[in-house]
Design a binder for this molecule. Sequence first.
Ligand code: NAP
Length: 247
Amino acid sequence: MKFSGKNVLVTGASRSIGAEIAKTLASFGLKVWINYRSKPEIADRLKEEIEANGGQAALIHFDVTDEEGFLGGLKTIIDCDGGLSYLVNNAGITNDKLAIRMKTEEFMDIVDANLKSAFIGCREALKLMSKQRFGSVVNIASIVGERGNLGQTNYAASKGGMIAMNKSFAYEGAARNVRFNCITPGFIETDMTRVLKDDIKENYIKNIPLGRFGSSKEVAEAVAFLLSDYSSYITGEVLKVNGGLYL
Ligand code: NAP
């Protein structure tokens, strides 16, 4: 994989898909800023693992729902590295329940955590990357943002909004060589899906043409492609990483 840029910020990177994205991008020679909001010891172990494998990593603590914290984190990166080549908006949460039982705050909390945070990241990245006339952003959306899902009106709205927002950012960034793309994972084996009951998992698997959940590594490699020079003529796109679940 070829990268003209030097560094990347991955939000929510201390565990699961984010951690795998961090390791994969470091293995391609990028300096990775590992954003975490809790459990600094886990983030620290990830940094050590990347460095033990010859990569470069740094920790950056903030909660993506805290705008000031996000802006402060970006300032630290710019002060240290002089620029930001790539951003991966990965941090995300769920809080599932049927719509008729969902309080408005429970809807808005997920939209804030997943969509508003990604907006802040994309907007700030566009400002910074426009000055450099170079940059690439990947937003981690979801298959649920493409087709909806029972019990996930809040999550579907946040991820569907992300897909539409990404296209608008792609239009705004194109003249300055700043690209925006989305990945829509299907079911990936992580802490987020580990909570699903076995019978529900088996039911999902029956409908996945490739016959299994995906791995964080498979998402991370798709992210690397969309950030890299290998996708230099791709922007505003949605890349499904879902084993054929939604064709
Ligand atoms: P996960 O196992 O629950 O991990 C989420 C990560 O995001 C954690 O590191 C968490 O940090 C961090 N995070 C959450 N809220 C944050 C905040 N406000 N500020 C900073 N960091 C925050 O989830 P995952 O499965 O790896 O999912 C990663 C992304 O992929 C999410 O956007 C998710 O919606 C998307 N996705 C996942 C699947 C799937 O099947 N797993 C499918 C489609 C899309 P803490 O350790 O502090 O909680």
